[in-house]
Write a protein that binds this ligand. Structure first.
Ligand code: AHR
Length: 634
């Protein structure tokens, strides 16, 4: 069809926030440990707990072994000999090799193993103590799964029964994604080890305790205006009540930023909402540093103590609430306070005397009990605004489930006069195409919108196109939508809790999805202001599908064969008989029968089905199509 687009550059539309498009980082899909945090060893501090996953133990990621006739036993222990109060469990080796040989442990890294590049250097370190009067000899080696060496060995002698850090560098002799690191000790006595670490020297911007370069560079290439972190459901779920009665130590707890700063060996490990244990090696300092390194505004999210994410609990513990409010004030001091302040001083000690440029902070993530959330939120907000009037405090609206809770939270947000509200939604591509005008009617005098999480469900080109189309609607309403971030950002192919995701990776490779390219296009080309425009021509209106299958039928999980989708002018957009073509239809693929679930979604992931999903999505939105198919069953 012929369209005319009329653009009037002299008319002024809303200005667009330079920082409008950003990224949302959450430790989901192994995004941090085993992901962007460059540490190569899994469970380096022997802290894993069986929360959510009974298979986890203090020795997850490790195996024991001996060489040269050595022997011993290995136990993980949390007792008074611990490294410190947060990093509690350590490895105790009872060594029994009086006549030579060695005994110890081997770490297999994440999934396939440790990724090494030939010629690259790797920094090893360990905290250790021994009761052997003459010290304990330690040998550290990189090798393949069969024990073949992959780098020079490192030897150290551990002396004295107090914790000391031992370190050295290993150079890889081969490129692999399946290396192992072994730490073996000789002699007799009790050797205690903790924080066994192996880091590539080559991190993003060469930062110590830094980020995996390829992943950080992919995020940086987006040129994001902001980084929202550290979650998501990860932030506000878990136990707010701190200490688990049985262990005396919190097991799965909400994100407490103070556990994530200071020397890495004093940071906690947490069994997080996404079913695995995360170290806090990547903590608040590293997030703030990363945001600064890529020219983005840091945007932390703190819990308001009303869990969403399916848990829907609120705290009524006044003391705990007061502590979290104070923690939030301390967090702002950590990011922006002078070096003479307590928390600004810690930031300086960690290597950043100058303040970070923190201007926005979100309180609550999908905390969708309106009364309870607002009771807490207003107290956070007034404390923050009183102490730091320059900080914009962002409220939340729960997940947009098109339900009462979302509306009630929005009513309260409006009534309370909050400056900005965080919205989240994950919907079908059709939804995104149909809701391009969502923000056209938002109250211009009301709170601004921070679209903190959105994505069209699935990782296909059509999803990305739908997102791009939708983003034109965000931008047209740039006076209301001030910030927007796709979610989630990162996914390890071997451990996926959520899809779609923007950047995928394994131990040594990474790649962006088509949505990554869309985000990059928008982020790299943020306009100054909207120029009003008008399109005229034949307008295609959404029509019901005609033919053998109607929309309601598509929405079942029945099985079909012989599918053809035809446009009004007779053009066949898609057809597939899912057989060898004996009936005269063009066989696009031989997939057998397939099933369609929920509004045109196909369960498995094949090229022909991609096309069908696309056809079905179009059919349910903008075109008058004929869809024919033979129903097999269901
Ligand atoms: O982005 C994945 C999850 O989706 C986030 O943790 C949560 O906020 C939302 O429900």
């Amino acid at each position: 069809p012929d369209y005319t687009v009329t653009v009037d550059p002299d008319r002024t539309g809303p200005s667009i926030n330079d920082r409008m498009y950003g990224v949302f980082f959450e430790d989901i899909n192994l995004a941090a440990d085993g992901g962007i945090y460059a540490e190569l060893l899994r469970n380096r501090s022997f802290e894993f707990l069986p929360v959510d996953n009974p298979a986890y133990t203090g020795l997850t990621g490790w195996t024991t072994g001996a060489e040269g006739g050595g022997s011993g036993t290995a136990t993980t222990v949390d007792d008074n000999a611990r490294l410190n109060e947060r990093n509690r469990t350590y490895l105790r080796l009872a060594l029994a090799s009086p006549d030579g040989g060695r005994y110890g442990v081997t770490n297999a890294g994440f999934h396939t193993g440790i990724a090494l590049t030939a010629g690259a250097r790797y920094d090893f370190s360990v905290w250790a103590r021994t009761d052997a009067p003459d010290g304990t000899p330690l040998a550290v080696t990189l090798h393949d799964p069969n024990g073949q060496p992959l780098g020079g060995a490192l030897t150290r002698t551990v002396r004295g029964d107090t914790w000391i850090r031992y370190a050295g560098t290993l150079t890889a002799t081969r490129t692999t994604d399946a290396a192992r690191l072994s730490v073996r000790a000789g002699g007799t006595g009790t050797l205690r080890l903790d924080m066994v670490s192996l880091f590539p020297r080559d991190t993003f911007k060469g930062r110590p305790n830094g980020l995996r370069r390829d992943l950080a560079e992919k995020v940086a290439a987006l040129k994001p205006g902001f980084v929202r972190f550290p979650g998501g459901c990860l932030v506000n779920t878990g136990s707010h009540h701190g200490y688990d009665a049985a262990s005396g130590w919190p097991r799965a707890r909400s994100y407490q930023w103070k556990e994530t700063v200071g020397p890495v060996e004093t940071r906690a490990t947490n069994a997080n909402f996404w079913g695995y244990n995360q170290s806090y090696g990547l903590g608040y300092y590293e997030y703030l540093q990363f945001a600064e390194d890529i020219g983005a505004m840091p945007l932390p999210v703190v819990p308001a103590l009303v869990t969403g994410c399916g848990q829907n609990r609120a705290t009524h513990d006044e003391e705990l609430l007061r502590r979290h409010i104070q923690d939030t004030l301390d967090l702002i001091e950590f990011a922006t306070g002078p070096v003479t302040s307590t928390w600004g001083g810690l930031r300086a000690e960690m290597g950043h005397p100058a303040p970070f440029r923190l201007t926005h902070l979100a309180v609550g993530n999908e905390e969708n009990l309106p009364d309870e959330f607002f009771a807490n939120f207003v107290r956070f907000r007034s404390a923050i605004e009183a102490a730091y009037p320059g900080i914009t405090v962002i409220s939340n609206s729960g997940p947009d489930d098109a339900g009462v809770t979302f509306d009630r939270l929005w009513e309260r947000n409006r009534a309370t006069g909050v400056p900005m509200v965080d919205e989240h939604y994950y919907n079908s591509p059709t939804w995104f195409l149909q809701h391009n005008r969502r923000y056209d009617d938002y109250d211009r005098a009301g709170p601004k919108v921070f679209l903190g999480e959105y994505a069209s469900q699935d990782n296909k080109l059509f999803n990305s196109l739908a997102e791009a189309a939708y983003m034109t609607g965000l931008e047209r309403n740039a006076d209301v939508v001030r910030l927007a971030s796709y979610a989630p950002l990162l996914a390890n192919v071997d451990e996926v809790q959520w899809r779609p995701d923007l950047i995928w990776f394994d131990n040594d490779e990474s790649w962006g999805s088509t949505s990554y390219q869309v985000q990059k296009l928008f982020m790299n080309n943020v306009g100054d202001r909207v120029v009003p425009s008008r399109a005229t021509g034949k307008v295609v209106r959404p029509q019901p599908i005609t033919g053998a299958i109607g929309l309601s039928t598509w929405a079942t999980s029945a099985r079909y064969d012989d599918v053809r989708v035809t446009a009004p002018d007779g053009t066949v957009l898609f057809e597939d008989d899912f057989s060898t073509g004996a009936d005269g239809w063009t066989p696009l693929a031989n997939r057998g029968a397939w099933s369609v679930v929920d509004g045109g979604y196909v369960q498995s992931d094949t090229a022909a089905q991609d096309t069908l999903v696309k056809a079905a999505e179009i059919a349910t939105s903008d075109y008058d199509l004929t869809v024919r198919a033979t129903k097999l069953a269901g």
